[in-house]
Structure formats: C-alpha cells, structure tokens
Ligand binder design. Structure first.
Ligand code: ADE
Ligand code: ZN
Length: 324
C-alpha cells in the first residue's frame, strides 16, 4: 500500500506554507539574515516540536517564521516545499499563507507576495505542480486589521483563489469576521475557514451560515452535533482533515482513535492534508501512509479521498481534467 500511495498523484487542499519551514532551512535563513534562533541546533529545534495543544504549536510556528524577511526567503520557503512534495507524488497544493504574521514583523506584503508568486509560477512551469493561493487571516487578531489587510492586498486580488481563517480558534468565533468574509465575497473570492479543530461544532455551522464558506478546514469536531453532520453531508461540504496534525496537537490521542473512519461512515466529503508538515511529522505522503497503517484502508478508498480533493482544488477545468 505504501508503494501505491507514493505513486498516487495526490492533491493537498490544506497546507500552511509557513508550516512547511523545515529546521534545516530555518537555520540557513537565520544565518543569511543574521537572526538569532531560540535553538542551538537543528535537532534541538526538532526536539522542541512537542505540543500540548494548538496554542503551544502556534507559539513556535510564529517564532520559526521570524527568519523569513526577504522575497528570496519566501521563494526559497515555498520552492523547498514544492520540490519535496512533488518528489512524494503531490501534483496540486492549495497553499494558505499568513500575511498578518509578516506585516506584524514589518515584512511588507509585496515581499511576501512576490516571493510566493514567483515560486508558484516556477512550480507550475517546471515541476508539473499546480498551486492555489489562500490568503489566510488570523482570528486571534482584530477583525478591522484583517479588513485593512484585505484592502491593502488589492494589487494581488487577481492572484488569490480564496481567503481563509486560521490561528487560535477558541473564543474567536467565525462571526467576528463577518464583514471580512462579506467583502471577500463581493470581490469574487472563495471563502474557506478552519472550524471544529479545537473549537466546537457550532463554529462549523457558523462558518457556513455567517461566512458562507465553501470548505471547512479540519471540521473533525462536527461529530459532536448530529445537525452539523447532517448539514455537511447534505451539502457535501469538503472537510480538509489533517490526521497527523490532530495527533500532534492532541485533538486526538493517537491516530487509531481519529474520527476519520466515523466521518467516512457518516457520508461526509473527506480529504486528507498535512497542515504544517515541518512541525507535525511529515507531508501528505506520510499522512497517507499513517492512515493506511492505522485504518487498513484500501486503494479504492484513497482514490476516493483524492478524487474529493481534485473536485474541490482551486485550479482551472483543464488542469482538473488532467488530475482526474
Ligand atoms: N495555522 C497554521 N496551522 C494551523 C492550524 N492547524 N490551526 C489553526 N491555525 C493554523
Ligand atoms: Zn491549518
């Protein structure tokens, strides 16, 4: 099965490019930019990646990305991941990125966008890897800041496929960002949101009702509400489930306890993603192999999950036909 999964052309809908920053590249960029890291060695950094919850991870995630300063850094970050993913059989990635996390550090939006867009164009031209762009907003920051950043991004709206909502979920309900998502809809941008990762099932319903999202990132806690499950099933809303992320952040204790089989039994439109591969023990292939080992899934099931992702991927119909 591992060999089949390696060869399967895989599509990933939920990947934070800043969460793909491997310690090796973090050290290189720290040196290049004269930045002191809180870790003495690469292995010390890796050893620190033990989390109790989402906030514990976010603290190190925001710390790690401090090495990203120049356009070249963002290009290197993205290209490093694209090459690794392609070598594991990934053919399409919908990539979240967090502009506010860089603006806060005085890294301008044009630096972030120029680096990421150059990597995307190069991947599409030379790696046979298509890339969707999801500008994500930090839900633990003020809503008016998010709106300002979306307006500031006007020169880049044409390059965006969607906006997303991420960072600390608890006590930051979707309704806080009603105006942001309404504006994105007005601009013709698709909307997606993290919901039901650490937050309650209600947040999933609220993201659908108030933010009019097309996808739910994670969504695993939907099982706490039969109404929410019914709604997700009826509308066949895609869930971008990230198994190894959920284990690392203790959403579940171990992969064997993961609700993935239950989500499938409920008839939901499930997909598999890696979320933050540098922090959670591996990329899309590793997530697939771990599911094969934990749940004994057959090739047909993996093909169904991957087809779900292809149907939903932010790409044009020509590329979708190639992927199907
Ligand atoms: N930002 C990066 N990874 C995240 C996750 N798993 N949940 C919320 N925000 C994130
Ligand atoms: Zn995520």
């Amino acid at each position: 099965m591992h060999d089949f999964l390696r060869k399967l052309p895989k599509v990933e809908l939920h990947l934070h490019i800043e969460g793909s920053l491997e310690p090796e590249l973090m050290f290189q960029l720290a040196k290049r930019n004269n930045i002191e890291l809180p870790y003495a060695t690469i292995s010390e950094a890796k050893a620190a990646y033990q989390f109790d919850d989402l906030q514990g991870f976010l603290n190190l995630y925001y710390l790690g990305m401090n090495v990203l300063r120049t356009e070249q850094d963002f290009y290197d970050l993205a290209m490093d991941y694209f090459k690794r993913a392609r070598a594991e059989g990934v053919v399409h990635i919908d990539m979240h990125f967090d502009p506010q996390a860089h603006l806060q550090r005085d890294v301008p939006l044009n630096v972030v966008m120029a680096g990421l867009l150059r990597a995307k164009q190069e991947a599409e031209a030379s790696l046979d890897l298509s890339v969707g762009m999801i500008m994500a907003f930090l839900r633990d920051r003020p809503a008016d800041e998010a709106l300002q950043v979306l307006e500031q991004a006007a020169p880049y709206w044409q390059y965006l496929d969607a906006i997303g909502l991420d960072s600390a979920e608890r006590n930051n309900p979707p309704r806080k960002f009603q105006a942001l998502f309404a504006r994105a809809k007005e601009l013709g941008l698709v909307r997606v949101a993290h919901a039901g990762e650490e937050g309650p099932a209600d947040y999933i319903a609220e993201a659908l009702d108030v933010l009019d999202v097309q996808r739910i990132d994670h969504g695993v806690r939907c099982l706490e509400s039969s109404d929410v499950v019914q709604r997700l099933r009826e509308q066949q809303v895609v869930l971008t489930v990230c198994p190894l992320s959920n284990v690392s952040l203790k959403v579940v204790e171990q992969l064997r306890d993961h609700p993935l089989p239950k989500l499938l039994a409920e008839g939901l439109k499930v997909t598999i993603s890696s979320d933050d591969p540098a922090y959670f023990g591996g990329g899309l292939l590793t997530n697939h192999m771990a599911c094969a080992d934990a749940f004994g899934w057959d090739a047909d099931l993996f093909c169904t999950l991957n087809r779900n992702a292809i149907e939903e991927a932010f790409t044009n119909e020509k590329r979708r036909a190639e992927l199907l």
